[in-house]
Design a protein around this ligand. Structure first.
Ligand code: ATP
Ligand code: MG
Length: 392
């Protein structure tokens, strides 16, 4: 039997004149992610798209799971395509969806007829197919308000499409439709989630990771790359800049008051990140900060950190509880990697009593005790580039 994948567009259907631009970015992303599975054709309809495999051994399940990670799609489903003949439609609904129908007790049929030449109206299709299924499956009853499964029959130009409940798509906007930003990525739980959330809004993601060898290990860097690989399944390719940060941290420790260490370090991270981000055409930074989570994430500390950035800083987790962040980390698959215990450059020189309400004037005074400018330049110049491609 012929099968197709049915994709429902998400938020882009609300776009006006720009809609074709958003759609063509989405189509490009879909084609790129499915390319390695073999030949398939993509057809656009009004607010939906169809993908039809061109060979028998096409891995439809794998295609579905990839499609579920593509931002811009509200729902995805696999559907049988048959001739526009009522008897064939009824029989196919029963055979194609028999496993689903045997496992539930309530259903309803939903029909759409975009080919108005088809002899039956939508209500007639619902009644006919519904009656047939009630005859075939003694476990079923019709529930039009709250059915466990909705059997959809769509009569389109080139055939009738039959499918069960659609699976949720990733939502959001197609990556590439909303500019470019650089995520400051650590090996923790939060920053990969922050990257995912901005990618979901269509932002192309670059990454910047600070490391402090020998205090941080090669394993810690690999962990960050593993996290980015998982993020890239949603965001597409990510270019990561790995910045050597040891010298700067050592000089801060030597020259600045201990209780200001963390905020000064974070300010220098921002400065270096802005330089790299701008060179790469990024319009903003992204961090995984959340108000009050740690000493460096009080409003005062965040304000002082922000002051060092010449780009807007997006903090999509700012008002979220750790539990909520973990929930997303589990959903996208980064959690298990994030909790592996490797050191981060932020934690190697943690002061015993960090100042939770730092004042900018004291930070600026402390920073002027040493000429950090050449070190910042050196860190930018020595950043190493790692290209992260999605696993598939
Ligand atoms: P995460 O779980 O993302 O590590 P966190 O709760 O541990 O966050 P911090 O260590 O204070 O918080 O870091 C706050 C933010 O600073 C991180 O979310 C991340 O965006 C950025 N950051 C921290 N460490 C690094 C690093 N080594 N390289 C790049 N960015 C970092
Ligand atoms: Mg961290």
């Amino acid at each position: 039997m012929r099968e197709v994948l049915l994709l429902k567009n998400g938020e882009i259907v609300l776009k006006g004149l720009n809609r074709p631009t958003f759609e063509s970015i989405l189509v490009g992303n879909i084609k790129r992610r499915l390319e390695s599975l073999g030949a398939s054709t993509l057809t656009r309809a009004q607010s939906a798209m169809f993908i039809e495999p061109q060979n028998d051994d096409y891995d439809i399940d794998e295609a579905l799971s990839r499609l579920q990670k593509i931002f811009g799609l509200a729902a995805v489903s696999r559907a049988a395509v048959v001739e526009k003949d009522m008897q064939i439609i009824k029989e196919t609904a029963a055979s194609y969806l028999h496993e689903t129908l045997e496992g539930v007790s309530s259903f309803k049929v939903d029909a759409k007829r975009s080919d108005k030449k088809f002899a039956f109206t939508s209500p007639q299709i619902c009644t006919d197919v519904g009656a047939y299924l009630l005859d075939e499956f003694s476990n079923l009853h019709v529930d039009v308000h709250n059915p466990e499964v909705i059997i959809s029959v769509e009569i389109r130009d080139f055939g009738a499409y039959i499918h069960g409940n659609a699976m949720p798509g990733a939502g959001g906007m197609p990556v590439g439709s909303n500019g470019r930003a650089a995520v400051l990525i650590s090996g923790g739980i939060d920053s990969p989630v922050a990257a995912y959330m901005l990618a979901k809004r269509g932002v192309t993601i670059n990454a910047i990771h600070f490391e402090s060898p020998p205090y941080t290990s090669e394993r810690a860097r690999l962990k960050v790359m593993e996290l980015l690989k998982i993020v890239s399944e949603y965001s597409g390719r990510v270019v990561c800049h790995v910045v050597p940060f040891t010298r700067i941290q050592e000089e801060i420790r030597k020259n600045c008051p201990e209780e200001l260490f963390t905020v000064i370090m974070r300010r220098f991270m921002m400065k270096v990140a802005c330089e790299i981000a701008k060179k790469r055409g990024c319009q903003a930074l992204i961090t995984g900060e959340s108000i009050g989570q740690v000493a460096s994430q009080t409003i005062e500390a965040i304000s002082c950190t922000e002051e060092a950035s010449s780009l807007p800083v997006f903090r999509p987790l700012i008002g979220m509880d750790k539990e909520e962040i973990i929930h997303i980390a589990r959903k996208i698959g980064t959690f298990e990697t994030s909790i592996q215990p490797y050191e981060d450059c932020c934690t190697v020189f943690t002061p015993r009593h960090p100042r939770t309400k730092p004042e900018l004037k004291f930070l600026l005074a402390a920073e002027s005790a040493f000429d950090f400018a050449p070190l910042l330049e050196e860190a930018v110049a020595n950043a190493e580039l790692v290209d992260i491609k999605p696993i598939f």
